[in-house]
Design a protein around this ligand. Sequence first.
Ligand code: SF4
Ligand SMILES: [Zn+2]
Ligand SMILES: [Zn+2]
Length: 328
Amino acid sequence: MDVELEVQKCSRCERDSLVHQPYSGLHLCGVHLAESVRKRISKSLRKQLILPKNSINSLGRPFKVLIAISGGKDSAILLHFLHDILGSRRDVELIAGVVDEGIEGYRSPSMDCAQELCSSLGIPLERISYPDLSFPEMDDVVESLPKISESNLEARGMMPCSFCGVFRRQGLNSLANRVGADIMALGHNLDDVAQSVLMNLQKGEVDRTVRLAPHTTIPIDGLAPRIVPLRWIPEQEIHAVAIHLNLPIHHGDCPHAGGAMRQRSRDIIATIEKDIPGSRHGLVQSMDRIRELAANSENGTTVQSCERCGEPTSRPICQSCTMKEWFE
Ligand code: SF4
Ligand SMILES: [Zn+2]
Ligand SMILES: [Zn+2]
């Protein structure tokens, strides 16, 4: 059977198209996609990161942005464009941070990619591992999971990612403290955010929805402010731009990712986006609206301090301290 593949042209130039955006109707080549991604990141940054003309503080030091990277495509794009957009400002300092989860065969090659990218951009890279934070490595978590679920009711049915998410968050907070970061940038893309919105709403966790990053316009007490400049960029476009720009990225999947609730949510989001292009944008816009309403209402979310570690939490003992106890 002869299949004739017609290559679409870019809507802006004569080059072949690299991606189709069903939600906008555009076809874009690598150059124009990269330009469009940069524009959207700049726009998000202007909303989420309001910097004065001179951000040198009273101690004479620049405004520090910790950029959480992993060696994957999203954070590579984040680092590349933040460097592109903010890199020439003398009053802003960019520092990259990576958390080593202790996953054999996965973390080491992605760490190499992260290091390569940082070196090429001249950005310092800070590392922290789970044992540095008194947590077990993820490979050990997975091994002891059956035992832990046996003796702790709350841990029953928990997936490796539930632990990893809590530990990584602590790792990033700790890196932010170490470097004295004024703000932290995370590489969550449009698909990630839409998945999180869906999962939180599915579980009735509106408070969590309200607490999702970005934290700059609706600051939440006690949490290091986080910005998410890629929140309007679909994963597929990030991937295409990372390849187009030839960024060093690790393509492997984490061996512990299987079966996660996120994976199911990913499939659902992909399906509804295919049926009704623009659904992901709609979910994130709904979240923003809920946040606005919550910010205007008097009984906003209450954050207290953990009795053991002092980290902000919605219960007396925070989840990471609870988990630490399970492994002791
Ligand atoms: S997939 Fe899960 S276990 Fe693996 S690195 Fe991500 S959060 Fe951690
Ligand atoms: Zn083009
Ligand atoms: Zn705690």
